[in-house]
Design a protein around this ligand. Structure first.
Ligand code: PGA
Length: 257
């Protein structure tokens, strides 16, 4: 790759503290020699594993992320987690609006917007997840949905704040065991739409510097195809990355194409 690649995984609600520790100790060893300029590796475990994970990835090449957060610092929000609490463990990235948050838990664009703003206020990097459903794709409104999700999430933010976000494009229909793998050409089309939108909103320089990461049924076989597409700056991997050796193979596919 001639530019920095972003490769990460979200453990969803799968790994325990012990399993996360074991995984990260191995990944830290495997990624120890990766030059910083060519890759950013991030891992997003469950909340309960964050303290142990934070201690392991400290001084490593792995950035730690959280799967969600509240849009307030503190208050009567039973069951929620605050950005202040996430930062106590060295969390640097926060996933906002993952498809499962939007579609299983009913989060709205407006809630994602509040979370993005709050994350930035605390110096956390928002990893904004966007994507259309199969029905929206069939109706030909995929790009409109992406525009709406991105424009709402970035609404009224100062330019220097907007520059800090990252976007993960994850078509809802391509995620998980029942996901239909997306065609690389289709992904390239959506990424190019998002790039144009960002340039329109932020200007040429800033619009080009926001990483656009693809996720949804990424695996060892298709990783190279996706990363080879224009405007695909990284990969966000679920199932195929949960075995650490396999994740490492995917990282190598991405970096040494
Ligand atoms: P998957 O998950 O790679 O298992 O499809 C992707 C995601 O939910 O981010």
């Amino acid at each position: 790759m001639d530019k920095k690649a972003y490769v990460g995984t979200n453990f969803k609600m799968y790994k325990t503290i012990c399993e996360t520790e074991e995984y990260l100790v191995k990944l830290k060893k495997l990624t120890g020699q990766l030059p910083e300029e060519i890759a950013e590796i991030f891992v997003i475990p469950s909340f309960t594993a964050l303290p142990a994970a934070g201690a392991i990835v400290k001084d490593s090449r792995i950035k730690l992320g959280a799967q969600n957060m509240c849009w307030e610092d503190m208050g009567p929000f039973t069951g929620e987690i605050s950005p202040v609490m996430l930062k106590e463990f060295g969390t640097e990235i926060v996933e906002i609006g993952h498809s499962e948050r939007r579609h299983t838990f009913g989060e709205t664009d407006e809630e994602e917007r509040k979370k993005v703003r709050k994350a930035l206020e605390h110096g956390l990097i928002p990893l904004l997840c966007v994507g259309e459903t199969l029905q929206q794709r069939k109706r030909g409104i995929g790009d409109e949905i992406l525009s709406m999700q991105i424009k709402t999430a970035l609404y009224n933010l100062p330019l220097r704040q907007m520059e800090k976000i990252r976007i993960a494009y994850e078509p809802v229909w391509a995620i998980g065991v029942n996901g239909i793998p997306a065609e690389p050409q289709y992904v390239a089309g959506r990424h190019s739409h998002m790039r144009d939108l960002l340039i329109d909103m932020l200007g040429e320089r800033s619009g080009n510097c926001i990483p656009l990461i693809y996720g949804g049924s990424v695996n060892l076989k298709n990783a190279k195809q996706f990363i080879g597409m224009e405007n695909v700056d990284g990969l966000f991997v679920g199932r195929s990355a949960w075995d650490v050796e396999n994740f490492w193979r995917i990282i190598q596919e991405v970096l040494y194409q």
